[in-house]
Design a protein around this ligand. Sequence first.
Ligand code: NAD
Ligand code: LMR
Length: 339
Amino acid sequence: MRARFSSLNPGDTMTDPVRIAITGAAGNIGYALAFRIAAGNMLGPDQPVSLQLIEIPAAAQALEGVMMELSDCAFPLLAGLQGFDSAEEGFKDVDIAMLVGARPRGAGMERKDLLLANAEIFSAQGRALNTAAARGCKVLVVGNPANTNALIASTNAPDLPPENFAAMTRLDHNRSLAQLALRCGGHVNDFQRMIIWGNHSSTQFPDIAHATFRGKPVTESVDKGWYRETFIPAVQKRGAAIIKARGASSAASAASAAIDTVRDWMLGTPEGDWTSMAIPADGSYRIEPGVFYSHPVTCRDGKAEIVQGLGCDAFARERMEATDAELREERDGVSDLLD
Ligand code: NAD
Ligand code: LMR
């Protein structure tokens, strides 16, 4: 695919554009993501962006169409626009890489069933990032199974810090807020300190033990039976419910969660709150290194730090360990890509 550069120029007073790669940019999530980033929804209204969109050759024509539309929006913040069918070229000097391009699951599949189909993509892209991306590049993995794909990409990019890689569990976090708002009769903004532990899969543990509703413990507003028997399974299986309803996996909500993740990572989490991100386990909460595990994190100055010192009761520990075990099983299934 021919690389193109748009004739759009940011004004003289603007700061340098942030270079952002999106893989799978002509796919469903990519189509929902690129326009919002170009509109300034991710990095703010004063930050120009330059998009480096990456697709496979079979989707080159579709990508050409997406780029035509991006140009036609005449976004004031879109300083550059290029399309690539090579990851190494597409990742050149990028500050942020959003790894979306991968096969989605269909009805009746678990996300880990995609591992064989998608794992190779993330080892090749890890190597390409290692060669081409800016050394401080932040890499968000969205393509499923996201946690293990992030591990594969990071392991194959040994010259980039592992802490600059993350897998997305913000969609699960946002889904949890939406379910709580419905149940409590509030708005998502009324809730803070939700946690998704573990894998972006049906073993994830959406934990409300530390969450607040209008400043008070959420547990005062919802009963244990609803939490355990309705809420947890609903969040764990929301992706499958959307596939059943839409006939395709979540796209706009996934793009929105990716934007939320990168915004908080780069610009900081709101004061007094935290978010959920799957980052390299470091022994915190007895989750040993070797997997990308979703934790509660606060972000400052481009660094995500695990919130420490939260109590975990026996109910929580059992679920945290189950999702950890699944991640280690997934990892063992791709050990050939982790050398
Ligand atoms: P899609 O099939 O609509 O689009 C995927 C795009 O990726 C296609 O255009 C395809 O050509 C492209 N692609 C495939 N291999 C590529 C490669 N090696 N390099 C660059 N591009 C490549 O799928 P979608 O709905 O956009 O979903 C993408 C992925 O995101 C899926 O794996 C899906 O399961 C996952 N997903 C994750 C979350 C999450 O919360 N982590 C949420 C929703 C979807
Ligand atoms: C989701 O959570 O919506 C995505 O991971 C897509 C899926 O397969 O469920």
